[in-house]
Design a protein around this ligand. Structure first.
Ligand code: ADP
Length: 345
């Protein structure tokens, strides 16, 4: 039994005198399995947030059904919905921390609401802060934290009452790429070590590709493509998925890393996104040498997606300028390439 099921679920916001009705979620049938990290990706307005709000019963379906943990939400009353919500943790783009409370106070908050005794509460807060790696910040206020630290507090708070599901709505959208990685790695630990089903809502392809087992692509309230993340992005069927793939470079190094590399390597740099790393270095090097360019790999960002190595390689290219240009064009034809230009010699 999937932990979350959508059965032809729709959410229609009625129109008014001047507004047309909006089918925010439009006939979605989707199963999310217990124990997976599931990604929902789509451009702004695709219906992702509404889908999430149907899971935690902040919105009711107009038609069809949403089933969470075996319970059809359609017929439930307010007190039963509260029980369902208690099994779901949420984290947000803007973190939503209470600025008047310390880190420990924020994490303790849901435990106070659930009337935990003080001693147990304090032990639980300590344990959670250890888990997310900010035990040393327990007495600090949110305004003194970095974005990544704030989201760690958000995650600790969301986990406080032992939910079975964690919903992450654009939870890394306010973070830089390296911090995004750290937070995604933490979500992977939440999933693997605590067995919590994680649903990641995002408009960022790299987030899904890095962290998710399976993915649904949404457009105009519909799920247009669903499958394991590797298959969906290596053989995108829907036009909207192809747009995501076309505009994103796999595992591009962070801007700070690139600045560092540029300083150390005065020659032309290119980042090449690749599906399967094994064998790629040699294949790409052959293409480049064929153009009379000498390539050197100076940086590799490699991740496992669905047990396959997946990532990018940053090459330093040396050779005559027009040979380098031709080599970059040839690479562009076969894979994702981000041409970082030539630094001054
Ligand atoms: P996403 O999260 O993918 O950006 P949303 O679920 O927020 O998409 O929105 C999907 C569509 O539903 C949008 O056209 C949005 O304007 C509309 N919508 C969302 N919430 C409401 C609401 N409460 N009333 C009317 N329209 C809404």
């Amino acid at each position: 039994e999937p932990i979350i099921r959508f059965r032809d679920a729709a959410k229609v916001f009625p129109g008014g005198r001047r507004r047309p009705e909006v089918r925010a979620v439009d006939g979605v049938t989707l199963d999310i399995e217990a124990g997976e990290i599931f990604g929902v990706i789509g451009y702004s307005g695709a219906g992702k947030s509404t889908l999430v709000r149907l899971i935690n019963a902040l919105e009711k379906t107009t038609s069809g059904a949403v089933v969470v943990g075996g319970r059809d939400l359609t017929g439930l009353g307010e007190s039963q919905l509260r029980e369902v919500r208690a099994g779901i943790g949420m984290i947000f783009q803007q973190f939503n921390l209470l600025s008047s409370r310390t880190v420990a106070g924020n994490v303790a908050y849901p435990l106070e609401v659930a009337r935990w005794a003080k001693a147990e509460r304090e032990a639980r807060v300590r344990e959670l802060l250890e888990f997310v790696g900010i035990a040393d910040k327990a007495d600090v206020y949110p305004s003194q934290l970095s974005g990544g630290q704030k989201q760690r507090v958000g995650i600790a708070r969301a986990l406080a009452t032992n939910p079975r599901i964690l919903l992450a709505d654009e939870a890394t959208s306010a973070l830089d790429p390296e911090t995004t990685r750290d937070v995604l790695r933490l979500l992977q630990r939440v999933n693997r070590e605590l067995g919590i089903t994680v649903v990641i809502i995002t408009h960022e392809m790299d987030v899904v590709r890095y962290a998710c087992d399976r993915v649904a692509v949404m457009e105009h309230g519909r799920v247009v493509e669903v499958g394991d993340a590797y298959s969906v992005f290596s053989g995108p069927q829907a036009a909207v998925t192809q747009r995501f793939v076309g505009t994103s470079l796999r595992d591009r190094p962070s801007d700070e890393t690139l600045a560092r590399l540029r300083e150390r390597h005065p020659a032309r740099l290119v980042v090449v996104g690749i599906d399967e790393v094994t064998g790629s270095t040699r294949a790409i090097s052959q293409v480049l040498r064929g153009e009379g360019v000498e390539p050197a790999v100076i940086y590799g960002g490699i991740t496992e997606v669905a047990d396959k190595p997946y990532g990018s390689l940053t090459f330093e290219l040396t050779g005559p300028d027009d040979a380098v240009d031709a080599a970059v064009e040839r690479l562009r034809a076969v894979t994702d390439v981000d041409d970082l230009g030539t630094a001054a010699h």
